[in-house]
Design a protein around this ligand. Structure first.
Ligand code: 3HC
Length: 703
């Protein structure tokens, strides 16, 4: 293994190179080596300037996240960065790739910054529940305007080199290789006799108007980043930068960082960081299995899903053939894709020529024979088993040998679909979420006969099209929709017991869900869920406690946003959701008919019932082997269902509550609600009674 930090001196310029693959993350060893290096360089009289660069694909991508689990060991960030900043000769950072978190903070301890034109600077700490804790909250507002610094740290959005130059974050941008450019920059400094420009000695930019900016930002954060600790702590730290001297400000930053690092919020977000990378590792799958090449994709169905999937593929440069049964549908589908891209062009997030390049990669056709060359064909028609079987039989007849046949079904039995082909080993579920070009999640459903290399290909494709692919096995609804069922059932039960739809959804939204489930039903279409339940009525218990009042909405045609009303009304130009007294009266009448006592559950009860029901189903999925890991379930829910990331996902959240609490809660509901419905999953019971957790169980399973 190469040295993580090395240096060489040529002609008075020392080049310090960090080389710690894969992403040059900073851990204790790296800090210790940086300390040693900069201490040694201090003693070298012949050194006139220092360039700090990185080997590999990127500049430092931040602190080694794993170190936060155990606590930061000596030497600390402040000590090492201070040593760099204290250098008596100018230090120039040479940045390529992504400088993230601690990576940006190192560049701020350097005196000058030269960036490759493709470099980006980001401070994603809030997404890990912490704040820039290596002096970033104090140095950044001294390097760029306070408003820009706050925006960078609050949004975590990486800033491109060109913008960084405009903002004053970098001194020079080069299209050439960055290291020689930085060396030339350093030489020029030496020739000019320019000394160190220490960021800590600069004053905060925009301090005069800071009071107003900080209080407006605080109010906005309280509104938009509800239930979170780190964003408000960040503003406190920045306020310290404005009001205190550098060293005192640094102390405030340290104190806040230490508190945040061990808080549940940070633990939850670190858990997701690991979980999102773990999903790609499939137990039992040999790393020697190679993915099949995917050079072109066919899509059957040019509706919302098919069009969104086509956009995902062409965004990644993969040509698409889009097939539909009717010319009119195809034209509408292609027009919608163009409209979606045009919106991005109008917003400035896409250039017009990029739009044209992407559109040029899409070919429409009414003929299945246009699919004969596709390496992967994804069926994306509506949820109907007979139709899907018919399509798969046709695809089997035209697809070339070795082509992968994917279905975008969200609930149906993929083994049954695969069985109509002569190549069930090539069939897989690719469950995209709507809108497919936006949503992060891709459930990759491994059917009974899916070949291992087909699974590997699907996971690679997910990464290529920038999705988080999570593997599930076949069952009704896979991971996501199956857990959604009891969660939504509880919400609908609560409205029958006298809580209004607004009360139910507000309870869930206050807790942190992006949108209450009844509003989600309205958005997705009440008819979708209802018709799916009707189609599988044979497999549902006949017990009245499984009855869902959305049937009443369906009967009246109140099927959600597309009809202008569902659980709510959507009137006016903005179509904002508003309570509907008629629906509330209808639900009360239905409760009377069914003799359901009006207990009017409060927010705490709504939240517990909905979430415990979801967690219990998650435990069933684990014991049935539908989900490979509890953390996979957490990824599904945070990436695809608006579950708050800062709570870590449903299974992590259950662990933070304590499984005994969840189990006892379910037993209590068994006594006061439906005893038949509230049955703890055997795995939940076992773990709760033995004082264990989903995380511990997982470790036991994978050991
Ligand atoms: N710490 C530890 N490991 C890290 C890491 C980090 N900061 N960043 C990436 N890795 C690991 C990943 O876990 C992965 O490991 P694996 O191969 O064993 O699964 C490997 O590096 C490659 O990462 P990706 O698969 O994510 O590679 P990509 O090329 O897709 O993305 C990246 C590269 C953009 C750098 C992306 O990894 C990333 O965003 N990393 C996180 C960056 C981050 O959040 N940094 C801030 C840390 S907090 C901080 O700096 C605190 C400071 O203020 C003190």
């Amino acid at each position: 293994m190469s040295e993580p930090v090395s240096y060489s001196i040529h002609d008075g310029i020392a080049v310090v190179t960090i080389d710690s693959p894969p992403v040059n993350a900073i851990d204790q060893t790296l800090r210790a080596r940086l300390k040693k290096t900069f201490t040694e360089l201090r003693a070298q009289a012949g050194v006139k300037a220092i360039v700090l660069a990185c080997a590999g694909k990127t500049f430092v991508a931040g602190a080694d996240i794993k170190e936060f689990d155990t606590g930061i060991a000596e030497p600390g960030y402040h000590e090492v960065l201070r040593l760099i900043e204290d250098s008596r000769v100018p230090v120039v950072a040479a940045v390529h790739g992504t400088a993230l978190g601690g990576g940006v903070e190192i560049t701020l301890a350097c005196h000058y910054r030269v960036a490759h034109v493709g470099a980006r600077f980001g401070l994603p700490e809030l997404s890990l529940g912490i704040i820039p804790g290596a002096g970033g909250t104090q140095r950044l507002p001294r390097a760029v305007a306070l408003e820009v610094a706050l925006d960078m740290m609050l949004t975590g959005k990486p800033m491109a080199a060109g913008k960084a130059l405009e903002a004053g974050l970098v001194d020079s941008v080069t299209e050439r290789e960055v290291l020689p450019a930085a060396i030339a920059f350093a030489r020029e400094l030496v020739q000019k006799g320019a000394g160190p420009r220490r960021t800590r000695e600069l004053s905060v930019k925009g301090a005069a108007a800071a009071g107003e900016l900080l209080s407006a930002t605080r109010a906005k954060v309280a509104r938009t980043m509800r239930n979170r600790l780190a964003p408000l702590a960040l503003i406190d730290a920045v306020q310290a930068a404005v009001e205190l001297d550098f060293d005192k400000g640094l102390q405030v930053e340290s104190k806040l960082s230490a508190q945040l690092e061990q808080a549940t919020e940070a633990k939850a977000l670190r858990h997701l960081f690991y979980a999102e990378r773990e999903v790609r590792k499939i137990p039992g799958l040999s790393p020697a299995i190679a993915a099949r090449p995917i050079a072109s994709v066919g899509i059957v169905g040019s509706g919302t899903m098919g069009g969104g999937i086509a956009m995902c593929c062409v965004n990644a440069g993969i040509p698409v053939t889009l097939v539909d049964a009717a010319q009119q549908n195809l034209e509408r589908g292609l027009a919608t894709i163009r409209k979606n891209y045009q919106r991005s062009v109008d917003r400035g997030s896409l250039r017009a020529e990029q739009m044209e390049q992407r559109l040029a990669l899409i070919t429409g056709s009414l003929d299945y024979s246009a699919l004969t060359e596709a390496d992967l064909i994804i069926e994306a028609v509506f949820e109907n088993m007979a139709l899907k079987k018919e399509i798969f039989a046709r695809l089997d007849a035209v697809a070339k040998p070795g082509a992968i046949l994917g279905t975008n079904t969200s609930t149906l039995d993929i083994d049954e679909i695969a069985a109509v082909t002569h190549r069930p080993q090539d069939v897989i579920g690719l469950h995209f979420f709507s809108p497919a070009n936006v949503m992060q999640l891709l459930e990759v459903v491994q059917a009974g006969k899916t070949a291992p290399d087909v699974l590997v290909t699907a996971l690679e494709l997910a990464k290529r099209i920038k999705k988080t692919g999570v593997v599930a096995k076949v069952c009704y609804g896979f991971i996501g929709n199956r857990m959604m069922d009891p969660y939504g059932r509880e919400a609908e039960r609560c409205v029958l017991e006298g809580a209004t739809p607004t009360e139910v959804d507000s309870a869930l939204e206050q807790w942190g869900m992006a949108m209450g489930i009844l509003a989600v039903y309205d958005m997705a279409g009440v008819d979708i869920g209802h018709l799916t339940r009707v189609a599988r009525a044979h497999s549902l218990p006949k017990d009245p406690s499984f009855y869902r009042p959305s049937a009443l909405l369906f009967d009246r045609g109140w099927i959600g946003q597309k009809a202008g009303r569902g659980y709510y009304r959507y009137d006016g130009a903005e179509r904002k959701r508003a309570a509907d007294p008629e629906v509330i009266a209808m639900l009360a009448e239905e409760a009377r008919r069914l003799n359901i006592p009006q207990r009017k559950p409060d927010a705490a009860e709504i939240e517990q019932r909905c979430l415990y029901a979801m967690i219990n189903e998650g435990a069933l999925l684990l014991q049935e082997g539908i989900a490979l890991r509890a953390s996979d379930i957490d990824v599904v829910y945070t990436a695809g269902y608006g579950f708050p990331r800062y709570r870590g996902g449903p299974m992590f959240y259950a662990d933070t509550l304590g499984l005994r609490t969840v189990y006892d809660g379910i037993l209590a509901f068994q006594k006061t609600l439906d005893p038949q419905y509230w049955q703890p999953a055997p795995l939940l019971k076992e773990l709760a009674l033995s004082g264990s957790s989903f995380a511990q169980w997982q470790t036991g399973q994978t050991r």
